[in-house]
Design a protein around this ligand. Structure first.
Ligand code: ADP
Ligand code: ADP
Length: 232
């Protein structure tokens, strides 16, 4: 479960203040998928940066399963970040590393023992349906397969929350559906809490349980998919 409470972020540009987030609140239960939609400039990237601790909010809190994320000390940021797995528009894989080695990378960074990494990588390959591609390089994979690697890598360290930032914007419609169905299946299977930032209504309609519509740093509509979708 992730809870965002009255999040504000004010950027200072010289003497001018830009209010990027103006009291954003939302709550997403474990096992469900929440869509965040909004036009350019609405505050989506700022929200992502605050959730991943790349940026500190000016005020307000984010908690995951009751533990506050926003008040961790700088020295604990790296550890706290592991509670959120990130999926991006482009998987940003390392071209010189195989699928397995790309998935292993975040675990290597945190010093997981080699034997544990290998077992976990096998598990993740099976989870995203890439068992047959462990030794393939990114150049040998389709766009959808690369995104599967990205998802496996995001899940490697057992995060509670999966934060997907425009996860299908670079994919064709068929691959989009395939990746969304995978995210949906993993949400149920692993009991994840999922946030999807997107500008695509079809994404929201296919897999989100609930939605927030962001406008000028504020949530102007929120609720179950059926309710919100009927206003859009
Ligand atoms: P979105 O991702 O929905 O397009 P952003 O979070 O990027 O929206 O931006 C929200 C608002 O905050 C915009 O008005 C943008 O210009 C402003 N903003 C974002 N980042 C900065 C920054 N580093 N400095 C000043 N203003 C910023
Ligand atoms: P690099 O040469 O880029 O460091 P490696 O081939 O050494 O990449 O792989 C990095 C890590 O990825 C390995 O230590 C291992 O833990 C994991 N790994 C590589 N191939 C597999 C595989 N087929 N199954 C499971 N884990 C693998």
């Amino acid at each position: 479960m992730i809870t965002v409470t009255d999040l504000r972020k004010v950027y200072r540009q010289g003497t001018r203040e830009v209010v990027a987030l103006d009291g954003v609140s939302m709550s997403v239960p474990k096992g469900s998928i929440h869509g965040i939609i909004g036009h350019s400039g609405a505050g989506k990237s700022t929200l992502v940066r605050c959730l991943t601790l790349l940026d500190r909010p000016s005020s307000g809190t984010v908690t995951i399963d009751g533990r506050e994320l926003t008040n961790v000390k700088d020295s604990e940021i790296r550890l706290a970040r592991r509670r959120i797995g990130m999926v991006f528009q482009h998987a940003n894989l390392m071209d010189s590393r195989t699928t397995a080695a790309n998935i292993a990378h975040p675990l290597e960074l945190v010093g997981t023992p080699k034997r544990d990494i290998e077992a976990r990588v096998q598990e993740l390959l099976a989870l995203v349906g890439l068992d047959q591609f462990a030794d393939a390089y990114p150049a040998q994979l389709s766009g959808g397969q690369k995104q599967r690697v990205g998802i496996a890598r995001a899940l490697a360290a057992h995060p509670d929350v999966l934060l997907c930032d425009e996860p299908t914007s670079a994919l064709d419609p068929r691959t989009t559906d395939e990746i969304l169905d995978l995210i949906s299946e993993l949400t149920n299977r692993l009991g994840l809490t999922v946030l999807i930032i997107t500008h695509e209504m079809n994404v929201v309609k296919r897999i989100c349980d609930s939605v927030s519509l962001l406008e000028a740093g504020r949530v102007v509509e929120h609720g179950p998919l059926q309710e919100v979708a009927s206003h859009l």
